[in-house]
Write a new protein. Structure first.
Ligand SMILES: [Zn+2]
Length: 311
């Protein structure tokens, strides 16, 4: 009888030994091959310019950089990302981003969501106080009555003009990269036609990271950088977006916050109805001037203040 015989146990021992040896060797070979493959890919990545991939890589949904690269004779990797939006609006490109400076004791007054009739009164205050500001304009407001005229006055009086989208409707602009670009281009084109200036800085409605754009913001920012556009968030909010904020509250939010920092980008709104913003402005300018701050306009030469990215 074979089962239970000495021969049987000999075979059993041999079989067990064979498995004990074969399985680890097999697994080790398998992982070694994977390791070699990964190393090759790592080398390929190191060779490539990752600058405009950083955000795309971290995208939460399916990665768009499915490897479709090939080594060329020079050892450079050609990526074929199939990012078709890069081919849209080819003239939406403002050249390489210049070297950026961090001025000290600087205040950047910024006004979002205009222009409106209120903008004219804000311009009067700025003129009287001899300070310059930056206006993040909403494209559709330029098509309203007086919109073009106000924009021209902003430029003539030495303020900076920046883009804050055409529609400002979150669900429309943040639907996809293509949606954002379409909206952005419309505003860019409008401003250029009215002022002869190609605006090259912008601000995202809701700030650069918000609940509407959180699945696309990294890729979106990456694409905007590729086209040369620089965005600015803020480090001090006047909180004037809220309906019932008083003149005194605006002052109390802004001035002590600014005094904590050497440079400040302050968020205000110049949409119609922001009367308390208008009223608070002169005292804010006076106090910050007395504290030794200089009022500057934003441009691509200014190092941005931006919201942090999640890990
Ligand atoms: Zn806004």
């Amino acid at each position: 009888m074979y089962l239970g015989s000495v021969k049987f146990f000999k075979h059993l021992i041999l079989l067990t030994l064979g498995l004990v040896l074969l399985v680890p060797v097999g697994l080790a070979t398998h992982y070694a091959l994977i390791n070699v493959q990964l190393n090759k890919e790592l080398q390929a990545l190191k060779l490539s310019n990752l600058a405009n991939l950083v955000y795309v890589q971290q995208r939460e949904t399916e990665p768009v950089w499915q490897h479709s690269f090939q080594a060329t004779e020079e050892g450079v990797i050609d990526y074929n990302f199939d990012l078709e939006y890069q081919n849209l609006y080819e003239d939406l490109y403002v050249g390489e981003i210049p070297k950026q400076e961090r001025a000290s004791n600087a205040i950047y007054l910024t006004f979002d969501d205009g222009p409106s009739q209120l903008t004219l009164k804000i311009l009067d205050v700025l003129l009287e106080k001899k300070v310059k500001a930056t206006f993040f304009v909403v494209g559709k407001n330029l098509e309203s009555e007086n919109g073009e005229h106000i924009l021209k006055r902003i430029v003539q009086e030495g303020h900076a003009v920046a883009i804050h989208t055409y529609s400002h409707i979150y669900s429309e602009i943040y639907g996809s990269i293509e949606d954002y670009l379409r909206d952005f281009y419309k505003t860019y084109d409008l401003i250029y036609r009215i002022t002869d200036i190609k605006p090259d800085i912008y601000r995202f409605p809701g700030g650069s990271i918000n609940s509407y754009n959180n699945t696309i913001y990294q890729e979106l920012i990456s694409e905007m950088f590729r086209r040369g556009f620089v965005y600015y968030d803020w480090n001090v909010s006047s909180r004037d977006v809220a309906g019932k904020v008083t003149q005194q509250q605006i002052y109390d939010y802004v001035v002590p916050s600014c005094l904590k920092n050497s440079r400040n980008i302050i968020l205000f709104h110049d949409s119609a109805g922001k009367v308390n913003t208008l009223k608070a402005l002169p005292a804010i300018i006076d106090e910050l001037t007395a504290e030794g701050y200089q009022f500057e306009t934003l441009s691509r030469n200014v190092a941005p203040i931006t919201f942090g990215y999640r890990d």
